[in-house]
Design a protein around this ligand. Sequence first.
Ligand code: MEV
Length: 316
Amino acid sequence: MRCSIAPAKIILFGEHFVVKGKPGLGVAISRYAKVCVKEGSNKIYSTQLGVLEKGSKYRALFDEAIEHIEEFAGKSVCLDIYVDSPIPIASGLGSSAAVAVALVHATLGLLNVEFTKEDVRKIAHEAEKAVHYRPSGVDTTLATYGGLLYYRRGEFRLLDDLQLPTDLSLIIVNTGIKRSTGVIVRDVLGRYERIKRVAKHIYEAGREIVRTALKAIKRGDKKLLGELMLVNQGLLWSMGASSKQCDELIYKLLDLGALGAKITGAGRGGAVIGLASKGMAKFIINELIKSGYEAFIAEPEYNGVRHINHDQLLPL
Ligand code: MEV
C-alpha cells in the first residue's frame, strides 16, 4: 500500500479581480487529503462519503485521474483506493484538487515509475478539468507544491522565498452554504459591465492590495495584512460577492479578536477566513465551535504533496 497527503488552500487576496487580469495570492494550508492505494479491484472508499460507486457524483475525478495516470505510466492499473479528507467539499478550499494530487502521487509511487511533482500537478489538473468548469489551476498547484502562490492570467509564480509571519494563524469557518462559482463569477462580471468606470478603480485597488500585502508579508506586518483583508472584503462586497451569512461570520470573527477576515474564493457561502495571532486564534476557534460553527485553525503549509506511512494519521 502507498499513501500520500496533499494540502488544501485558501485565496488570501484578489479573487474575482483575477478574472479581469489582476493578480491574486493563494496559500496552501495545513488541512490534508490522504489517499492510500493498493492493487485491487477498482473499489474506492472514502471515510467521509462511504463507498464511491461507479457513475456516482464524486467517482468521476478518480476515474479521470486513473486514465491519465495509465497514459503517463504506459500501463493499466487496477486499484483499491482509500480516501480520508477532512477538507470541507465545495467550500473554495480546493478539496477535490488535494484528493486528485494525493491520488496521483500515491499511485505513481506504487507503480514505481519515475516522476516529478510537475508530472503530478499536470495529471491532477487534467482530472480536475474533466470534472470542474475551467479550473484555474491554483488549487492543483498549491496542493502539489504548497507555499504561497502569486498568480495572474497565464502567470503562476510560487513565492519560495516568502512565508507568512510566524505568529499568525489562519481561521477557516465553513458557512455550510454550497454555491456555484460560475453563477457568482457571472453576476460579478455583470456588475462590472454595468458600473465599468467605477469597477475599474475597484479592480485597480484589488491589484494594489496584493502588491501591499506582499510587502506586508516581507516585513512580517500581520496587523497590516489583517487590515488589507478587510479592505479586500469591502471591495468584494461592493462587487456582490459576499452575502449576509458571510458578513455575519466576518463580524463575528472581528468581534472575537481577529485582525482581519474575508470570504475566500467565489464567496456568497463556502468558507470565510480570518487572521489572528496564534494565542488569539485558539480563543476564537473555541468560541466559534462552542457556538456551533464548523471551524478550524490552519497554518500555512510549505511542503505540498508527500508520501506518508499508511498507518500515519493526518497531521493537524
Ligand atoms: C474561485 O475560487 C476564484 C474566482 O476568482 C474565480 C476564478 O479565479 O476562476 C472567483
